[in-house]
Design a protein around this ligand. Structure first.
Ligand code: ADP
Length: 604
């Protein structure tokens, strides 16, 4: 596992974030982060800049060529040659400048694409507890909106930096050759502009960062609202949620305007200061001409250089602003890249065991496990110990909050115990390669998540391809053939966002079929707490019983029908295992179990 300092990405539901303080120190060095994004593209960017420069130089040569054309024509000489040369210069200059632009934009797209790939890769490998501390909508905004800002600011900043610096340096050298005193005046002005930029540009970065944070909040609030859309409507909460979104949008507008204002300040100050520089150079230069220190022609030449320098200074100032914007985005991206990820080995899909070759059922053991979700929270498991032999059905029962689902999370190694050990086949789960551990396990969560996409996509999640026979087999096991036949395009029917076009029972069986398709050595099934109809209930019981014949099945049971068919039942209470036995044994000797069996388990 990659160890990295924990980075707190604040939750969007905290309303106080809407009024984020403008003086928050940047949490990550954005400049370094931005440069690390640009570095792989430096050669291409430089090529783009040089092409652009070449195009500009050809533009500079055009007036000279035009002069030749006119001189030739004045002397009555044929001007065809120079006209062709001039046209070629115009076309070549245009092509080179266009090409430079294209190469720069291409490299900017490559920067964004690389950032998005790296970020999305990392997002999917984040540790479960880390994701619980974040807002998915904000993470999505970082992968989409912040990376887009890199595209916007990277080429401009690089091009301005290289071109502006080169031309400024060359012009300053030429000025130095003309007159050192006037150069001194000019450099003093450039230094002043530098100070202004140094003061203003961090403010552009900060304002941009706050804008992006507000964009993250919009993403988070939208994700929250659309994720529970029906509940939102049923509760009549549209207006309240809209107000949260409006506040975030308003905050984004305010900080966006603030960034624009600082950009305007730096652009205006630099423009005005350069104008003043003209006047001062004119005044000082005039005095030097009068005193005979320099000639008029020197002053004129100096002023011409100053004219050429002015737009370059503006370009540099603008480039610094763009760099700050890119740095703010890069800092937010870096924060995600610093979150702790799991080492799941080489990414890829789990290979299905060949048909007819039944994988051996796994054994599971908890030994004195102690676990709390976070330091400072009470222990959810206090001293949990139990052993499950290979094969058969083991049911976990206990009051809500006893720690049953947590036991499954520890087996999947979504979290790690604070003390004790959880083992699969006698080997501590921490010693298993993570991908291999999980490939051995089929996990059906309580709310049976079904993803947007087709039924086939849902079944083959994580295994890529499966043959028609394999799919048919698990559909039959999960009693889903009827559903697949009824859907308009069979397995290729879109099941909607979170499987909204399927019923609750169907979703659960899709999740079971998906888990079974992996031919797991261990099936973890967190039963739905809601009442199923008689047909679904019987279908589910048969499916689980079938599976338990060939593989180890652990069920968090909420139904009497599940516990009565279980080979063994683990009774949990307040983070401890209270008793283990069969239904009959526990009825006879455990009072809590008796009470659960008679009053709390779903009777059908
Ligand atoms: P059960 O499945 O027995 O109902 P759980 O294992 O789901 O119980 O939860 C046990 C306790 O842990 C509960 O008090 C619950 O509030 C807490 N809990 C569960 N998941 C988390 C989590 N991700 N973060 C913090 N606390 C949690």
């Amino acid at each position: 596992m990659t160890q990295a300092p924990p980075v707190e990405i604040r939750r969007a539901s905290d309303d106080d974030r809407v009024t984020a303080r403008p003086d928050d120190p940047p949490r990550t060095n954005g400049h370094r982060a931005l440069l690390s994004h640009l570095r792989p593209q430096r050669t291409r960017m430089l090529a783009g800049v040089l092409l652009g420069l070449l195009g500009s130089l050809m533009g500079l040569a055009q007036p000279l060529a035009a002069k030749h054309v006119m001189d030739d024509m004045g002397r009555g000489q044929p001007a065809a040659g120079p006209v062709v040369a001039l046209s070629a210069l115009v076309v070549a200059g245009g092509i080179l400048a266009g090409l430079g632009h294209y190469v720069l934009d291409r490299s900017a797209e490559a920067v964004v694409c690389a950032a998005r790939r790296r970020l999305t890769d990392r997002l999917l490998r984040l540790r479960v507890p880390v994701v619980e501390r974040t807002e998915p909508g904000d993470l999505i905004a970082r992968a989409t909106s912040d990376t887009a800002l890199l595209r916007q600011s990277a080429p401009q900043a690089v091009s301005a930096a290289v071109t502006g610096t080169l031309i400024t340096a060359a012009t300053v050298v030429m000025m130095g050759l003309l007159d050192a005193v006037l150069l001194g005046v000019t450099l003093a002005v450039i230094a002043f502009v530098g100070v202004v930029v140094a003061v203003v540009s961090p403010r552009i970065g900060r304002a941009t960062r706050h804008t992006q944070e507000a964009v993250g909040r919009i993403g988070a609030a939208l994700e929250r609202a659309l994720g529970a859309f029906r509940t939102l409507k049923a509760s009549g909460a549209e207006q309240r949620e809209a107000a949260v979104l409006h506040r975030a949008a308003e905050h984004a507008r305010r900080t966006g305007v603030r960034a624009a204002a600082w950009e305007a300040v730096s652009a205006t100050v630099s423009a005005v200061v350069v104008q003043i520089c003209f006047l001062v150079v004119l005044g000082v230069g005039g005095a030097r001409v009068t005193s005979g220190a320099i000639g008029v022609s020197t002053l004129v030449a100096f002023l011409l250089y100053l004219f050429a320098l002015a737009p370059r200074i503006g370009q540099l100032v603008d480039g610094v602003g763009q760099f700050q914007i890119g740095s703010a985005a890069a800092a937010r991206i870096r924060e995600v890249e610093e979150l702790e990820v799991e080492d799941v080995g080489v990414p890829g899909v789990a290979a299905l065991a060949p048909p007819g070759q039944e994988p051996l059922p796994a054994t599971v053991a908890f030994h004195e496990v102690r676990f709390a979700y976070r330091p400072g929270l009470p222990d959810v498991h206090r001293r949990v110990s139990f052993t499950v032999p290979g094969c058969g059905l083991t049911a976990f029962v206990g009051p809500s909050g006893a720690g049953k689902t947590t036991a499954f999370s520890l087996i999947e190694r979504f979290y790690e115990p604070d003390a004790g050990r959880v083992s699969l086949d006698g080997k501590d789960v921490r010693e298993w390669p993570l991908a291999e551990l999980r490939a051995n396990i089929g996990y059906v969560e309580q709310d049976s998540p079904v993803l947007a996409g087709t039924l086939r996509d849902n079944l083959t999640l994580g295994v890529g391809e499966a043959t028609a026979d394999q799919l048919h087999h698990v559909l039959r096991l999960a009693r889903l053939e009827g559903v697949a036949d009824r859907l308009p395009q069979g397995l290729d029917t879109d099941v909607g966002h979170r499987g909204c076009r399927l019923s609750g029972g169907e979703r659960q069986r899709v999740a079971i079929a998906r888990a079974l398709l992996r031919r797991p050595r261990l099936l973890l099934l967190d039963e739905a707490t809601s009442q199923l109809d008689a047909a679904n209930e019987a279908a589910l019981r048969d499916t689980v019983a079938d599976a338990a014949r060939t593989t180890t099945v652990l069920v968090v049971a909420h139904r009497l029908s599940t516990v009565t068919t279980a080979d063994r039942i683990v009774v949990m209470e307040a983070g401890c295992v209270r008793a283990v036995g069969t239904h009959a044994q526990l009825l006879a000797r455990d009072s809590l179990y008796r009470e659960l069996a008679t009053t709390q388990l779903l009777h059908r």
